[in-house]
Design a protein around this ligand. Structure first.
Ligand SMILES: *Cc1c(COP(=O)(O)O)cnc(C)c1O
Length: 387
């Protein structure tokens, strides 16, 4: 059994301690230090089941709880997080809060599958989808009001892959004034760097696949809500759709989460150093990272976030062919989609026909890992010099 303490009981501990200490079994003589993986689809039960009694694996699983409690505490939510089969399953649950015929406002550079899902909602449920530049605060504030009030404002900040930074508190206030819910995809920042509930967000989602699990061996998602009714609706969606996580995945994600603070600290330091060096390299046309003083997102990120994240945008001189040649010339950096693992990966986003056409064709999205920064730089420098 894990500790059932209210998340706020642990408020005094810093996030770097919480990732290590939260979600542990009770300290009784002979108890394991790590929670167990329970492999059972059903549980002994007869008569009318009591509230919270283990019953059936699609409804609830004790192996989820330590991770759910830990992530809930890290995000500062009054409820534990809810785990889902993937980040997209969590996003589908969150977007189910938009009623048929409602209006959804979302970043034009949101995660591409989120954009694809919004289109699906438009086609199937008549949801009116409006895309905005999330960094253009005036445009977003207008879009949540006109031509009619939005049902939900969806926010990613920084965006994937363009790294635009939103003015979160201002957007949340404007959306609430218009009667809209606010959902935030906090995958890029992690709760160590940004806690959207502190700015009034209603729903927070994660692709746990990325930084939270962190080792490129798990596909998993999570959604959180402070409001009792919203939390109950997210929970019901998971049970009704069966979009549940496997016990091993959640156990691995908790194991990965134990080192989140160290990984994020190192990856962010590496990213900022590489951004600085790349910006000075003659083969580079543009680098995007909010740590750079000249980056359009720098001021906001410095004000609203506890760090600048570890994703870089890079555009070499020479167009998409040069970008592809750069990827091919790398030996340590892994060419692969996805992000947030211990290893550094990169890809040219427009290699996907589904990527937004406003993402430049030569843009490389780089997920900076926790390797030695000098090794990462040497590999990049030799590849850039070869162009
Ligand atoms: C990867 C990603 C998702 C989707 O998560 P999956 O776990 O792959 O389903 C959603 N949002 C962002 C920002 C992502 O990077």
């Amino acid at each position: 059994m894990t500790s059932q303490s209210h998340p706020h009981a642990a408020d005094a501990l810093s996030p770097a301690t919480l990732v290590v200490a939260a979600g542990r079994p009770e300290r009784t003589q002979g108890a394991p230090v790590n929670p167990p993986v329970i492999l059972s689809s059903t549980f002994v039960s007869q008569g009318v089941p009591g509230a919270g009694e283990p019953l059936y694996g699609r409804m609830d699983a004790a192996t989820w709880h330590p991770f759910e409690e830990t992530l809930g505490t890290l995000e500062g939510s009054v409820h534990p997080a809810l785990v889902y089969a993937s980040g997209m399953a969590a996003i589908a649950a969150a977007l189910s809060l938009v009623p048929p015929g409602g209006r959804l406002v979302l970043p034009r550079h949101a995660y591409q599958v989120t954009l694809g899902y919004a289109q699906d909602l438009r086609d199937r449920l008549g949801i009116d989808v409006t895309l905005v530049d999330i960094a253009d605060t005036d445009a977003v504030v207008t879009a949540v009001r006109e031509p009619r009030a939005a049902s939900m404002l969806w926010i990613e900040t920084p965006t994937n892959p363009m790294l635009e930074v939103a003015d979160l508190p201002v957007l949340v206030e404007a959306a609430h004034a218009a009667g809209a819910l606010v959902g935030v995809d906090n995958t890029f920042a992690t709760p160590l760097v940004q806690r959207p509930f502190e700015h009034g967000a209603d729903v927070v989602v994660h692709s746990v696949t990325k930084y939270l699990a962190g080792h490129t061996d798990v596909v998993l998602g999570a959604a959180l809500a402070d409001d009792d009714d919203l939390h109950a609706r997210l929970h019901a969606y998971r049970t009704l759709h069966g979009s549940i996580a496997g016990p091993f995945e959640v156990w691995l994600a908790l194991r990965g989460l134990r080192t989140l603070a160290l990984r994020v600290e190192r990856a962010q330091a590496n990213a900022a150093e590489l951004a600085r060096r790349l910006a000075e390299h003659p083969a580079v046309a543009e680098v995007r990272h909010p740590s750079l003083p000249a980056d359009p997102g720098h001021e906001r990120a410095a004000r609203l976030m506890d760090g600048f994240g570890a994703i870089l945008g890079l555009r070499p001189h020479g167009g998409p062919d040069a970008a592809d040649a750069l990827v091919a010339a790398l030996r340590l950096w892994v060419p692969a989609t996805s992000l947030g693992g211990v290893e550094s990966t990169l890809e040219r986003r427009r290699r996907f026909a589904t990527e937004s056409l406003t993402v430049p064709e030569d843009l490389l999205r780089m997920s900076v890992g926790i390797e030695d920064v000098e090794d990462l730089w040497r590999d990049l420098a030799q590849a850039l010099d070869s162009l």
